[in-house]
Design a protein around this ligand. Structure first.
Ligand code: ATP
Length: 464
């Protein structure tokens, strides 16, 4: 993890937020290359989930929603993690994570059961603060993960809420989809089964968040909610599980042996089945969740219909039946995907000359920069040709220009940001209009014609 965090900062991928003020826990900023990588992953998802499908439409709903949304969804009352505090050093821990270290699988346990086990461990003298090692810990209590903020003036129909001007930056993006279900039915001529997909920020008051961008308080979700008749659920659920797993392998280039499904043994009361896709993060030293694929029944639309008083049903002409659609969702954290792609790509190699090089072997289609163009030396004639080539290629591929002059250093920098191709303009170019193209992973070099650079690289990226 240290190596990855250091490279991410040194090479302009990810910085800790507010560093000049000492940082802000579990909040990160994305630099130039991090933004490019994140956007590429997001675009690959959007293309796969929306643009190339006839049964899914897109949405970009607002971060703020009417606060009743979170009452109806159950988040105000029960979106919480069990928290435990050290009375001596004030360090805060997740009780479920603490118990997992003692071998308990704390999946949706009630607070009473957690406190019962904690009491036994306390009596045995095994319950110690993870930070200071002392034994003065509180009992576990529920800590709500919704972040609260206020609007300046009261917000309409809020008779059931105690604090009239509280609003919540969304704790998950899918609620915005449920609230727009009716508008989409009315405006988009969709027919069941169909999906609504969106990408956006979500906010959670995570109790403990110290795994770099794996768990942050502000993060991006890419969610698709698929609306269907319950008879179609099992079929579609299997279909989407396969679709999603294949996407990791074929589009993101993740090795199949680093991925697995994990079945949820304990389910939310409304859920019928739930699987996570887990990736084996080398930087965390374990498999961890990147995506959830869940059956949500008719809970979401029924609850919003009940709380809003607006009918959220569907008339199915083929069945001649009016009913509340059931939902299955695929929900993935974009930042966890960025971490996964970096995690698999980062490695250090020993070279024949005894030196080492650090490389980010990111799939070329996802790489932040596709090609770097160098003049071999700072020679006017070489510069002129290289700049012209840069101007041509930059219109279709994300391209960098570097004339620092030391070719070894320029290659090293591009290897570390994952650029799949480097093109060098040298003296032979002036004679025969050819350039050297060097491939990142194999370091193989070949000469191709100057005019074909754009086409050759574009083809290789598409086929990668
Ligand atoms: P976890 O068990 O890791 O807290 P979760 O089961 O609460 O995750 P979901 O509510 O199912 O997560 O959210 C869907 C996806 O959103 C997760 O699979 C994950 O990729 C992402 N996600 C959730 N919480 C965070 C977070 N705090 N930081 C980054 N990504 C997150």
């Amino acid at each position: 993890m240290e190596e990855l965090v250091a490279l991410a900062k040194r090479r302009g991928f990810i910085y800790p937020s507010s560093e000049i003020y000492g940082g802000l826990a579990a909040v990160y900023d994305y630099g130039h290359y991090g933004t490019l990588l994140k956007n590429n992953i997001q675009e690959a998802w959007w293309k796969n989930m929306v643009l190339t499908r006839r049964d899914v439409v897109g949405l970009d709903s607002a971060i703020f929603m009417h606060p009743m949304t979170w009452k109806a969804s159950g988040h105000v009352d029960s979106f919480s993690d069990p928290q435990i505090d050290c009375r001596d050093c004030k360090y805060r821990m997740r009780a479920d994570h603490l118990l997992e270290k003692f071998g308990y699988d704390v999946d949706r346990w009630p607070l009473d059961k957690i406190n019962e086990i904690l009491a036994t461990l306390r009596t045995e003298g095994k319950l110690v603060c993870e930070h200071c090692g002392r034994k003065n810990l509180t009992d576990a209590r529920d800590f709500n993960l919704l972040i609260k903020t206020n609007f300046g003036s009261p917000i309409g129909n809020l008779k059931d809420l105690a604090e009239e001007d509280i609003v919540y930056p969304r704790g998950e993006t899918c609620q915005g989809i449920y609230l727009e279900y009716k508008n989409i039915i009315d405006s988009m001529r969709v027919k069941l089964p169909f999906g609504i997909a969106q990408v956006g920020k979500a906010f959670r008051n995570e109790i403990i968040a110290k795994q770099f961008i794996f768990r942050t308080r502000e993060f991006e979700q890419m969610e698709m909610q698929y609306f269907l008749h319950p008879d179609d659920m099992d079929n579609k659920f299997e279909y989407w599980k396969n679709e999603r797993m294949n996407w990791y392998i074929t589009v993101l280039g993740i090795s199949a042996d680093k991925l697995r499904f994990k079945k949820h043994e304990k389910l939310a009361h409304y859920a019928k089945a739930a699987f996570d896709i887990e990736y084996n993060y080398a930087c965390l030293g374990k498999f961890a969740e990147v995506e959830g694929i869940h059956q949500r029944g008719d809970w979401d639309l029924s609850r919003h219909a009940q709380f809003s008083g607006v009918k959220l049903d569907y008339f199915d002409q083929a069945r001649n039946l009016r009913f509340t659609p059931h939902i299955m969702e695929t929900s993935v954290g974009l930042n966890r995907l960025v971490l996964m792609v970096l995690d698999q790509a980062l490695h250090t190699e020993k070279l024949e000359n005894g030196k080492t090089r650090t490389v980010l072997s990111i799939k070329p289609s996802l790489a932040p920069v596709k090609v770097a163009i160098f003049p071999l030396q700072k020679d006017e004639k070489l510069l002129h040709v290289a700049e012209k080539l840069y101007d041509d290629v930059k219109m279709s591929l994300v391209t960098e220009f570097d004339d620092a002059g030391n070719i070894g250093k320029m290659y090293r920098r591009q290897d570390e940001i994952g650029t799949p191709y480097c093109v060098t303009v040298d003296y032979q170019t002036l004679e025969d209009n050819t350039v050297t193209i060097r491939e990142r992973d194999t370091m193989k070099q070949e000469r191709i014609s100057l005019d074909s650079v754009n086409e050759v690289i574009t083809k290789r990226i598409i086929n990668s």
